[in-house]
Design a protein around this ligand. Structure first.
Ligand SMILES: Cc1ncc(COP(=O)(O)O)c(C=O)c1O
Length: 382
């Protein structure tokens, strides 16, 4: 028996066909396919501006940088998140303030957010961790009152709706990840979405070396007989930018993947229902998230178990892959000096483990995992 993978992208012939198209054009760098992908994204999210990047880390970095906050100001981030959420704060010469998590969802606690706030705070980066929505209906009005900018880290979700509003469109800016394990993939990649024209212009420029003119639009504008005298090659560098743009090869995969995202989310919901039903009678586990499945877009299936490390070892012997999402960032050396009180994160992270979860996880493998969880529960946890 082969190991059951933890994550798996669902890619196939449709993606290959679209890749073939860009190969035939011999245009695989930054070009019209990226523009097409961005346009489709605007339409899907009903948002004015979408900027495709080569990762979500890049997206978060230039999203935060676009506000030009003063050095050493503070940004509120959850204590349990992937390192990129906090790393971009440091990239921008700002300081992360780690907020504790909710015990029932692993997302940023609104109560602790209010406690950790000081006058030096300039922004919040809520992470819809595992795909579970943060309490945006509380965070957004409070952030407005405090004049805090909100950048939603949507690396773990895509297409999910919370209280009637798409995740990624609640804050000033939303950032998505298309890394290979995520909700949809372009190999690596990301997307920034915003309705703010000023931020969008800065972000686009920062994503391409800080140039003041988008190279594609510049060439397009200066082509045609009436524009013979326009200098298609001219631009100004006004800011120190980065090489963060997406390319046509990635975008060709993304265009097909985004058409499938509703299907992916549907398949994920079916698998989640089976998981939840399958472990219902287990006494020793609880789901790590509330899993409100309506209009959901969950990336992780995680459970909490007091004997987490022992269970991981057991599942490894049974060829079932697992992981831990995630150790609180202030427990890592780099972030130690920013550590503050986070009792929930410190307790809960020792209990969480992630199980295999992806749209084409087979019924046979899913049943096998559920069976092993039940065997473990009755043998070691009763
Ligand atoms: C919460 C979160 N934010 C940001 C990122 C960075 O995404 P990327 O790998 O696309 O840079 C990740 C990656 O896993 C993540 O989990």
């Amino acid at each position: 028996m082969k190991n059951i993978r933890l994550f798996k992208p669902l890619i196939g012939n449709e993606e290959l066909k679209e890749i073939n198209k860009v190969f035939k054009k011999s245009w695989i760098g930054y070009g019209p396919t990226v523009k097409k992908f961005e346009k489709l994204w605007c339409k899907k999210f009903n948002i004015k501006h979408s900027i495709a990047t080569n990762s979500c880390t890049a997206a978060l970095h230039i999203a935060l940088k676009s506000f030009n906050f003063k050095k050493n100001k503070k940004v509120l981030v959850p204590s349990i998140t992937f390192s990129a959420t906090a790393a971009v704060v440091l990239y921008c010469d700002l300081q992360p303030i780690f907020v504790d998590i909710n015990t029932n969802s692993l997302t940023m606690s609104f109560e602790d957010l209010k406690r950790k706030y000081t006058k030096d705070c300039v922004a919040i980066m809520p992470v819809h961790f595992g795909g579970h929505p943060c309490e945006m209906e509380k965070i957004i009005p409070w952030a407005k009152k405090k004049n805090l900018k909100v950048i939603e880290d949507c690396a773990h979700t895509c297409g999910g709706t919370y209280k009637g509003k798409k995740l990624g469109t609640w804050g000033d800016i939303g950032c998505f990840s298309f890394e290979e394990k995520k909700m949809l993939t372009t190999g690596d990649g990301g997307m920034v979405v915003t309705n703010n024209k000023k931020n969008s212009n800065i972000i686009r420029s920062l994503s391409f070396h800080g140039w003041d003119k988008d190279p594609l639009l510049r060439h397009k504008k200066s082509s045609g007989k009436q524009n013979m005298n326009l200098k298609h090659w001219e631009y100004q560098i006004k800011k120190l930018g980065f090489k963060y743009n997406m390319n046509d090869l990635m975008a060709s995969i993304g265009i097909v993947q985004m058409k499938k995202i509703n299907f992916f989310n549907y398949k994920r919901r079916i698998i989640l229902k089976k998981y939840l039903k399958g472990i219902k009678l287990c006494k020793g586990f609880i789901p790590a998230y509330p899993y409100n499945l309506k209009q959901s877009s969950y990336w992780l299936f995680s459970i909490r178990c007091k004997r987490r490390d022992h269970l991981i070892k057991y599942l490894k012997q049974k060829k079932i892959s697992t992981s831990v999402h995630l150790k609180p960032l202030p427990l890592h050396q780099l972030y130690k000096k920013y550590k503050s009180s986070m009792p929930n994160a410190q307790k809960i992270w020792k209990e969480i483990l992630t199980l295999p979860f992806y749209p084409d996880l087979s019924a046979k493998n899913l049943n096998y995992i559920i069976k092993q969880l039940n065997i473990y529960d009755s043998k070691y946890l009763k």
